[in-house]
Ligand binder design. Sequence first.
Ligand SMILES: Cc1cc2nc3c(=O)[nH]c(=O)nc-3n(C[C@H](O)[C@H](O)[C@H](O)COP(=O)(O)OP(=O)(O)OC[C@H]3O[C@@H](n4cnc5c(N)ncnc54)[C@H](O)[C@@H]3O)c2cc1C
Length: 388
Amino acid sequence: MHALPNYFDLIVVGGGVLGTFHAFHALNKGLKVALFEKNNTPIDATVRNFGQIVPSGMNAKWQAYGRKSLEIYQSIQAKTDIGISQNGSIYLASDEDELQLIAELHHINQQNHYPSQLLSAAQCVKKYPSLNTDYCKGGLFFEQELSANPRVMIGRLQQYLAQNKDFFHFPGTLITATEATGSQCRVRSSNGNIWYGGKVLICSGSDFKTLFPQLFQQSDLQTVKLQMLRLMPQRHTRLPGNILTGLSIRRYESFSECPSYKSIKEKENANTFWKKWGIHILFKQEEDGSIILGDSHEYADAAYADTLSFDLREDVNQYFIDEGKKIFHLEHWNIDTQWAGFYSQGKQHDIYLHSPDTNLHIITGIGGKGMTGSAGFALENITNLLGT
Ligand SMILES: Cc1cc2nc3c(=O)[nH]c(=O)nc-3n(C[C@H](O)[C@H](O)[C@H](O)COP(=O)(O)OP(=O)(O)OC[C@H]3O[C@@H](n4cnc5c(N)ncnc54)[C@H](O)[C@@H]3O)c2cc1C
C-alpha cells in the first residue's frame, strides 16, 4: 500500500460546491489536488438548498458565471449522473406589476442573447395543469436552465473527481490551522496531521469560527438562515424544473435591473409577513415526487452568527403552505421534513475574496447564488490564482 502524499499543488479546505468546483477546475489544469472536508460528507448549504441553477435570477455579472455553470454541469452530467436535469425555470407573475417586470426581463435577456419565452396565463396552465388560474397572470420561461438534486449532487461530483489519480479526498478532516511558509503553505488538522500545498484555498462557507475568526468578525460578512420544507411525494402531480413565483420576481437581483423595478418596489407595503421574514415562494420537485418548498431569510453579522435562532418557525412553514395553495392545487400538502440552511454573504460584496498570503486565499460569501454561480466563477478564479 502506498502512503498518501503530504504535498499537493493545491489544497482546498471545504467540500461544498464552491470548494469542490475549484478542485474540479484545478484538476482539469493538471494539478495534484487535495480536498479537505470536516464532515464525512458535506451537510451545509450545498445540500440544504433547492438545487435551482438559475442564471436568470442573477445580475448581469453573475448571469455570465451562471451560464458558464450550465455548460460545466451539462458536460459533467454527459459523462456521469450527478443528479442534474434540464427542465428550465419559470417565473409566475401574479399581478400587473410582476407581468411588467417579466416583460422587461425578457427584453433584457433578448439583448443578452439568453433565450427566454413570455407565456400567457393559458400557456402556463398548459405547461403546469395544477396551476391555480386565479394566481397566474403569465410567466417567463428559461428553457436552458438546470435543476440539481442537492442531496446527491456534491457527493456524486466528488466521486467523479475521485476517478482522477491526482485527486486526494480527505472527508471527516477538520483543518484547524493554516500557515504560509515562503513558497508554500501548511495546513494542520484537528488530530495534528500536517499537509503542504503550493496554494491553499479556504472555501469554508459560513464557518466563521475555525479559521481566521478575527478576519471574518471584522469583515462585512453575515450569516443568513433560511427555513425550508419538503412535502411528501405527489403520486401524479408533476412540476418540472425550477418554479419561482411573484415574490421571487420582487426579490431576485436580475429584476432589479428592470426599468420599472424601483417604482414597483416603492409601492409595496413594508409591514407584511413576507417582508418581515424575507419570504419568497419557490417550488422544486424531486424525481420521487416530493417537493421542496421555501424559503425565508434571517440575517446576523459574522461576529454574532450564533444569535440566529435554532428554532424552525411554524408560522413561517404555514405561510409557505398557505401561499403555496394559492399558486398550485396539489394532491396534498403533507410535510415530510423541515430544516434550516445557512449561507454566508457580504453586505457590500457579491463574494468574499481575501488573500492573507500570496499562496493562501479565502473564497466564501457567495450568498444565495452558489449552486448557480460556483462552477463558472471557480473556473475564472482558479485561472486568475494560478496565472494560467
Ligand atoms: C436553504 C438554501 C437554499 C438555497 N437555494 C439555492 C438555489 O436554489 N440555487 C442556488 O444557486 N443557490 C442556492 N443556495 C445557496 C447555495 O446553497 C450556497 O451559495 C452554496 O451552497 C455555498 O457553497 P459553499 O461551498 O460556499 O458553502 P458550504 O456549502 O457551506 O460548504 C462549506 C464547506 O466547508 C466545510 N468546512 C468549513 N470549515 C472547514 C474546515 N476548517 N475544515 C474542513 N472543512 C471545513 C463545511 O463543512 C462545508 O461542507 C441556497 C442556500 C440555502 C441555505
